[in-house]
Write a protein of this length. Structure first.
Length: 195
């Protein structure tokens, strides 16, 4: 896996891909935390949404992540399916966004094992989620990152850019996906300089 370490506004930062899905990010974040003295990871990614009033290219700050998978049970033997991001790191991201007049939406994500855009009966799929969790975004990595960070006493947060919505007719091209994530990236970088 190819990673880059450099300086942003004088702060040394490593940019490291996580692969796709909980098993992949679970390996990378565990080894970064456990063997390379990494203390803090902010995941940047794309997502779909479960609510119609969120627009394409909006930025979501994930507060908690829910999964129906068994990542936690496999790693530690715990029956855990809901995990929160580090509160201090999430608060710092929110403060930085406010200072820079960046719009973010805070909420909970569903960490799936499949790309939900391929699911035929989407409404039935959504209907079995715990309604009290108010899940607004669908992604595939946050739960594993948050859970591993808590298990190893580290810090983790997650920012997502909305690139898919069943409620919008617009489709974002691959070229636009590559160039439209700058808000999320800048927010993460500027937040890291404050750590």
């Amino acid at each position: 896996m190819l990673a880059y370490t450099g300086k942003y506004k004088g702060k040394e930062i490593t940019v490291f891909p996580s692969g796709m899905g909980m098993p992949s990010i679970g390996i990378y974040c565990y080894e970064l935390f456990q063997f390379y003295d990494v203390e803090c990871i902010i995941r940047l990614g794309s997502c779909g949404v479960f609510v119609p009033d969120i627009e394409l290219l909006d930025t979501i700050l994930v507060e908690n992540s829910y999964t129906e998978g068994n990542f936690a049970h496999n790693l530690t033997g715990q029956d855990c399916h809901f995990c929160e991001a580090d509160k201090n790191l999430t608060s710092l991201l929110e403060t930085t966004a406010s200072e820079e007049n960046l719009k973010i939406i805070k909420g909970n994500s569903y960490c799936s094992e499949v790309f939900d855009y391929y699911i035929k009966d989407f409404e039935s799929y959504k209907s079995h989620f715990p309604q009290d969790l108010h899940l607004i975004a669908s992604e595939m990595e946050a739960f594993a990152l948050f859970y591993t960070a808590k298990y190893l006493n580290k810090k983790a947060a997650c920012l997502l850019t909305v690139v898919d919505s069943r409620y919008k007719e617009e489709v974002i091209s691959s070229e636009k996906r590559e160039t439209s994530l700058n808000t999320m990236i800048t927010l993460a970088l500027d937040t890291i300089t404050k750590l």
